[in-house]
Design a protein around this ligand. Structure first.
Ligand code: ADP
Ligand code: MG
Length: 274
């Protein structure tokens, strides 16, 4: 892909000893909202290796959604860096609290996909219309080919027969599966999920989690925020516990994290789910 932003990018030194190269690297990421007297994210450093899944857990208000929104370019950062595939795509600027979005190119934005807790499908477009919009307009891809890919993606999530339905005709679980397809069709290098099952009726949670588990098996790089602990344990290659904007425990051995956490804080947090 032609990419003018790559020419003046700074390379990130890869960590010695990591097996897979990083898809996403955050270094000292600091975020403060306008009028707040302290940062909501305070020096977050983590990396997500290509083809792997990093799960972020933590109590409500710890900064999980803010973290995903900064990575997605929906919020400017005031310190640290965000790198995609070893290329720094954003550097914190002190004093940028008030600007609504980071000043990232639309080409860079499409390299990161995000699915939110609330169903954010366009209500006035059919399922197919929702899927073809960004690839044809932002990426200027051929409509016929994009439609064919949309149908293949819908088949993969069990919704091929709903391609002409309107969002209001779908269940919550179906809408979230369409939202996942809408993110996937842009071929993002990493997909971010922010509690995508939190607003669903219990019987629909499984069908959405199964789609995400399937993506993990196929090697899709993902950064996932979830309160579903058994799911987190099943899908994570790496796990981070966030609290008050700092990482209190992180582990490359999720099984160990969920059964024998190192910190008292992680023990207390996991205990609330028993
Ligand atoms: P989590 O997703 O872990 O529940 P959030 O990232 O939503 O946490 O919120 C972290 C903190 O930032 C909370 O104290 C919340 O009130 C505050 N916050 C979130 N969004 C905004 C905003 N747009 N403006 C100011 N403060 C915010
Ligand atoms: Mg949240």
């Amino acid at each position: 892909m032609a990419d003018a932003t790559k020419t003046n990018a700074t390379a990130v030194q890869p960590d010695a000893g990591t097996e897979a190269p990083a898809a996403l690297t955050l270094t000292g990421l600091t975020k403060q909202y306008a009028n707040a007297d302290h940062p909501v994210l305070d020096g977050i450093s983590l990396s997500v290796p290509k083809g792997q899944v990093l799960v972020i857990v933590g109590p409500s208000g710890s900064g999980k959604s803010t973290l995903l929104r900064t990575v997605a370019g929906l919020e400017p950062i005031q310190g640290g860096t965000i790198a995609l595939d070893d290329q720094i795509i954003e550097t914190g600027r002190p004093g940028s609290e008030k600007s609504g979005r980071s000043d990232r190119s639309s080409e860079l934005r499409t390299r990161i996909g995000m699915v939110f807790q609330s169903y954010d499908l366009f209500p006035n477009k059919t399922v197919l219309g929702n899927l073809v919009l960004a690839p044809t307009i932002v990426q200027k891809r051929d409509k016929t080919q994009v439609e064919a890919e949309a149908v293949r993606l819908l088949e993969r999530v069990g919704l091929a027969d709903r391609k002409d339905a309107w969002p209001h005709e779908l269940s919550g679980g179906q809408r979230q599966r369409v939202a996942i397809c809408r993110a996937l069709i842009l071929h993002p290098e990493i997909l971010l999920f922010d509690e995508v099952t939190a607003a669903l009726d219990p019987e629909m949670v499984r069908e959405v989690l199964d789609v995400i588990l399937d993506l993990a098996k196929q090697g899709q790089t993902m950064l996932i925020v979830t309160h579903e602990m058994p799911f987190a344990r099943a899908i994570a290659d790496h796990v981070v516990l966030l609290e008050d904007g700092v990482i209190v425990e992180q582990s490359d051995d999720p099984e160990r994290f969920f059964t024998q956490p190192r910190t008292e804080r992680a023990r207390q947090f996991l205990h609330t789910f028993e």
